[in-house]
Design a binder for this molecule. Structure first.
Ligand SMILES: Cc1cc2nc3c(=O)[nH]c(=O)nc-3n(C[C@H](O)[C@H](O)[C@H](O)COP(=O)(O)O)c2cc1C
Length: 383
């Protein structure tokens, strides 16, 4: 299992990623906040459900296609916004957007990406969304909105779960927030990963590519991290979210909704979708897994907006269970990041292929030919 092509599961891609990138970087991808309770709950939440298969159904053709915020997609999984991708592989977001679009699905770019809105738009012309924050600097937020309009992005996804950065203890121990210590730990860890180190020293420095004109030091990541962290606003309200939705004027989702009340507020506000998400267990430790709140949220607002979930999806069966309970689709974060770290674009493709193959297999085994026909009759809670 030393090559991406030999990996047969997301867990095997994860193990390969451990061997390819410095430990400090792998910890950043893999870790969660505090005691990592929510991180664990995310993965466990799917095993609370079992399938109720139908047999003797002609399953020779399986249709996984659906739509996401008005755009047609071939599979019900979408690339979640994840920051800083050039840390994981020198091609960063460019590799991810190419692989995502070649699988016929949608890509969501993070605000804190290492390739810009324009670079991603140039790289591939499939469907693209932009994850935005309601930051302190309104000028910067306005600039992002205008640039997304000019670059033909299909929608905005406002992350609402970051009034403050989660306490990610692996990162703190590795030196995040203490530049000298981080540099020393990175240098030591990088020496053990010469392949990664070669690209690090021969390729341009990572920058917060969307902010080059707004931040000092040409937005070089290591130098502007505190300015960027200072941008997270603790005073953002529903009024601010509504104002941003208005100024965008197109598909607008809220990412990081964690309960029924907020889902109802999002529907009242007129958002076109919500992502039930706890940021992959990286923010509030003790936040619920999306799967555990999905049935109540579907009962409250299903039909009024699109409900997407993320967190802990590591198998195609996880996606099928979420769809059966009423999710329109799922975002994946770490699965493609493990692939990216393990082998760049090929690794991202591999992550998607593994999940697609598993979804098709499960659909055949439960006797359902189209994801449009999935409903709660196909799953039940165990015990
Ligand atoms: C390394 C990493 C970076 C992330 N960066 C962002 C980000 O910049 N913006 C954001 O809204 N979510 C970010 N997320 C959260 C993802 O969008 C998504 O909610 C999460 O990864 C889903 O959980 P999963 O990794 O278990 O699939 C990040 C997640 C990871 C693992």
């Amino acid at each position: 299992m030393s090559k991406v092509s030999n990996c047969i599961s997301i867990e095997e891609l994860r193990k390969l990623a451990i061997k390819k990138v410095p430990s400090v970087i792998f910890d950043y991808i893999d870790g969660g906040s505090e005691d990592e309770l929510t991180l664990g709950w995310n993965e466990d939440s799917f095993s609370k459900y079992e399938f109720v298969p139908n047999t003797l159904v002609d399953v020779s053709e399986i249709d996984l296609s659906t739509s996401f915020q008005g755009v047609g997609i071939d599979i019900p999984i979408i690339s979640a916004p994840t920051g800083m991708s050039r840390m994981f592989h020198h091609e960063g977001e460019r590799a991810v957007v190419r692989a995502t679009h070649s699988m016929g699905t949608a890509y969501c770019l993070s605000t804190v990406s290492t390739c810009s809105i324009e670079e991603v738009a140039e790289e591939s012309n499939g469907s693209k969304f932009f994850q935005i924050y309601a930051w302190q600097d309104q000028r910067m937020v306005g600039d992002f909105i205008e640039r997304c309009k000019e670059s033909g992005f299909d929608g905005l996804m406002l992350a609402v779960d970051m009034p403050e950065l989660g306490k990610r203890e692996k990162d703190l121990r590795n030196g995040h927030g203490r530049p000298k210590e981080l540099k020393k730990n990175m240098a030591l860890a990088a020496l053990r990963r010469p392949g990664w180190l070669y690209h690090f020293v021969t390729k341009p420095t990572w920058v917060m590519a969307n902010m080059v004109e707004h931040l000092p030091h040409g937005a070089q990541t290591a130098k502007v991290i505190s300015e960027v962290n200072g941008q997270f606003s603790a005073s953002v309200t529903w009024e601010d979210a509504a104002a941003m939705m208005k100024s965008w004027g197109g598909k607008f989702m809220l990412k990081g909704i964690q309960g029924v009340e907020d889902a109802m507020k999002a529907a009242e506000m007129g958002a076109s979708g919500i992502v039930l998400s706890n940021h992959g267990g990286r923010q509030l430790d003790g936040a619920p897994a999306a799967m555990d709140i999905l049935p109540d949220v579907v009962a409250a607002v299903g039909g009024r907006l699109e409900i997407i979930i993320d967190g802990g999806i590591r198998r195609g069966s996880d996606v099928i269970k979420a769809l059966a309970l009423g999710a329109k689709g799922c975002l994946i974060g770490r699965p493609y990041l493990y692939g990216l770290a393990a082998g760049g674009e090929l690794g991202v493709l591999k992550a998607y292929e593994i999940l697609k193959d598993e979804m098709i297999r499960v659909m055949k085994l439960i006797g359902c030919t189209s994801i449009k026909d999935l409903d709660e009759s196909f799953v039940r809670r165990r015990g």
